[in-house]
Ligand binder design. Structure first.
Ligand SMILES: [Zn+2]
Ligand SMILES: [Zn+2]
Length: 226
């Protein structure tokens, strides 16, 4: 889903330098067909609000469905560090929707707080894809794990590790969708097998977004179909 305007949902027609029509800050702006020019900070805010709202209102117990509702709302770029929050948030929502009583609002806030600290490009720059860390973060929040935990400390690190192994074996360059699809499935499987979550484990999707990604690895991607 191509990026949409953070204010009015119209199509984004380009980039510009100048004053943000929302907050008055000057800098790089995204311009929509209705004339809004929105800065990166305001785009981030709109995206995080979109993720939160969609997760709270969602009823699906399949984290892929919740994730795709977020993507279809058009507030995340094709490659965007906010996937680091979207993956874990979709898993939290699907877990709640599977019938487990949790304080989803509180957990989504925590997911945003922690996920937004994962740096952009962490996959290639740190060898630590943010979609994978989002799964470790999801399980940490779900289980209340801390650096001093004994029982679940291994589980949350293993969750990130299992995502990393799967996406590493496919190779680069990065794709936030490919890595998110892998992470959602690994997260759902571990939450269900180890922590009794009743969320659905997503089937492998067919990616509809390869035309938006000039770096798509096409035949090397497990989700690519012509
Ligand atoms: Zn607009
Ligand atoms: Zn702004």
């Amino acid at each position: 889903m191509a990026l949409k305007c953070a204010v009015c949902n119209a199509s984004v027609i380009g980039n510009d330098e100048g004053i943000c029509t929302q907050c008055g800050m000057s800098g790089k702006l995204v311009e929509c067909s209705s004339g809004h020019k929105v800065c990166g900070n305001c785009l981030d805010k709109a995206a995080y609000e979109s993720i939160r709202k969609i997760c709270l209102e969602s009823t699906s117990s399949d984290p892929y469905d919740v994730f795709m509702q977020i993507i279809d709302d058009g507030k995340l770029r094709t490659h965007d560090f906010k996937h680091h929050v979207a993956v874990g948030s979709a898993l939290l929502a699907a877990h709640r929707n599977g019938g487990t009583r949790i304080d989803l609002e509180l957990m989504l806030d925590e997911m945003r707080k922690r996920g937004s600290k994962i740096p952009p490009g962490a996959c290639g720059l740190m060898g630590n894809c943010g979609a994978a860390v989002s799964v470790g973060t999801f399980l940490s929040i779900l289980t209340g794990t801390t650096p001093l935990s004994e029982d679940t400390w291994g589980d949350v690190n293993l969750a990130t590790a299992q995502c990393l192994i799967q996406l590493a074996l496919i190779g680069g360059p990065r794709c936030c969708k490919r890595n998110s699809f892998i992470a959602l499935k690994v997260g759902a499987r571990i939450a269900s097998e180890k922590f009794g979550s009743e969320m659905d484990i997503p089937a492998d999707p067919v990616c509809q977004m390869h035309d938006e990604n000039p770096d798509c690895i096409r035949d090397r991607c497990p989700f690519y179909k012509v």
